[in-house]
Design a protein around this ligand. Structure first.
Ligand SMILES: Nc1ncnc2c1ncn2[C@@H]1O[C@H](COP(=O)(O)OP(=O)(O)OP(=O)(O)O)[C@@H](O)[C@H]1O
Ligand SMILES: [Mg+2]
Length: 363
């Protein structure tokens, strides 16, 4: 899978841009604040309908304008696909896929599969659990619409239950209605997370082995907030029991204290917890292995090679890691942003298309 062409109107600092990409490597070069990240953000938008930098779609519209459009033309193994997104400052966004209007973001998922890797992602091991949950949710939702649906239902129910817990008078029978929904969707979310992490663990372990020449063994474990059960029935009973037990605490705290919205995952290097004891370099290597494992997961699940957006990460990795990246990503379309092209990058990507960006224009 690769992106052939992008057209932007009033997107961030791009007034009007039409650009064709190389099927393999695209080097996006420019000084700070010229629009490099903006460009790959637009590519990302075409894959999941949202930015990876902001939750506010109106931020994406060029200052002083009322609307923005992003059109992306991608080639998949057997078909091609076009995505068009129109963002209106006061009227939300509309998305078309191959000419038809899409009513739910979930209909866009699985279409163009993009993985973004930025310096923030290098910190995933030591950051707070929310960041790791977001990673799981984003990656899984992109590939499995069933996950997207279970997760949104779980989140909706959780919000309603939490809002109800804040009311003056709480009727326990109302709470048990929410509980049944939470249990149903929460168990689905947990099952898919467990499967995902088990798979990612295998792929990232293999990658980590290569990067460290077998010196470090990486293991990634699912760390669920309530104990995981293989059988759905047992999982649901387990969750119900925990919700019952924590009812009084929930009432006092006026929020749902237990459930998969508190899940986490743990990284171990040679059986030692990397979050607590790993060096910064080790933690970064774990993050790199995790990101690359995502591409293997995409390939396994969809048969397609995901598109990789590397935003400013090259300068954050040492030469050994960079060389590994170059060697391993032969089949994926790459977008690499950098402030300057040095001899090493030239040697690594001799055939790359170079896109020099200045003030929202390709020069
Ligand atoms: N909605 C918007 N309308 C117009 N300009 C915007 C908008 N949002 C951001 N910008 C501008 O885009 C520029 C930042 O672009 P971007 O983040 O792509 O930079 P960059 O080239 O990746 O820089 P760096 O190398 O520092 O990461 C800033 O000058 C910012 O003011
Ligand atoms: Mg940038």
């Amino acid at each position: 899978m690769y992106i052939k062409k992008i057209e932007l109107k009033n997107y961030r600092n791009y007034e009007d841009l039409s650009l064709e990409f190389d099927q393999k490597v695209n080097l996006i070069v420019g000084h700070n604040a010229q629009g490099k990240t903006n460009l790959i953000e637009a590519v990302y938008l075409s894959s999941i309908g949202r930015s990876f930098r902001t939750a506010h779609d109106s931020d994406l519209i060029r200052f002083g304008n009322d609307f923005a459009t992003v059109k992306v033309h991608a080639q998949k193994e057997y078909t091609d696909t076009k995505v068009e997104i129109i963002l209106k400052r006061n009227a939300g966004k509309s998305i078309r896929k191959d000419g038809s209007v899409i009513h739910r973001t979930s209909q866009l998922l699985e279409n163009i599969i993009v993985v973004v890797f930025s310096p923030d992602d290098l910190k995933i091991v030591k950051e707070e659990p929310e960041k790791r949950r977001k990673f799981i949710d984003r990656e899984l939702a992109q590939i499995k619409p069933a996950y997207y649906n279970s997760l949104s239902n779980y989140k909706k129910t959780l919000q309603q239950r939490n809002a109800y817990l804040k009311e003056e008078v709480v009727d326990p029978s109302m709470i048990s209605l929410w509980d049944e929904q939470l249990i149903r969707y929460g168990s689905e979310v947990m099952r898919m997370r467990k499967q995902f992490i088990d798979q990612i663990n295998i792929y990232s372990g293999r990658i980590h082995d290569h990067i460290t020449n077998g010196k470090e063994k990486l293991r990634i474990d699912y760390d669920p907030n309530i104990p995981y059960e293989d059988s759905t029935e047992k999982q649901q009973d387990q969750f119900r029991e925990i919700l019952d037990k924590s009812y009084n605490v929930d009432l006092k705290m006026r929020t749902t204290t237990k459930g998969p919205h508190k899940d986490d995952m743990q990284f171990f290097v040679n059986d030692i917890n990397a979050r607590a004891f790993g060096s910064q370099g080790q933690q970064r290597t774990c993050a790199l292995s995790l990101k690359l494992a995502e591409l293997d997961f995409i390939k396994e699940e969809t048969g397609e090679n995901g598109i990789l957006l590397l935003d400013d990460v090259m300068s954050e990795l040492d030469e050994e890691r960079r060389t590994y990246l170059v060697g391993t990503l032969q089949d994926n379309q790459l977008f690499i942003t950098t402030t300057d092209i040095d001899d090493e990058i030239r040697a690594n990507y001799p055939e790359a298309k170079i896109l020099s960006i200045e003030d929202g224009k390709v020069i």
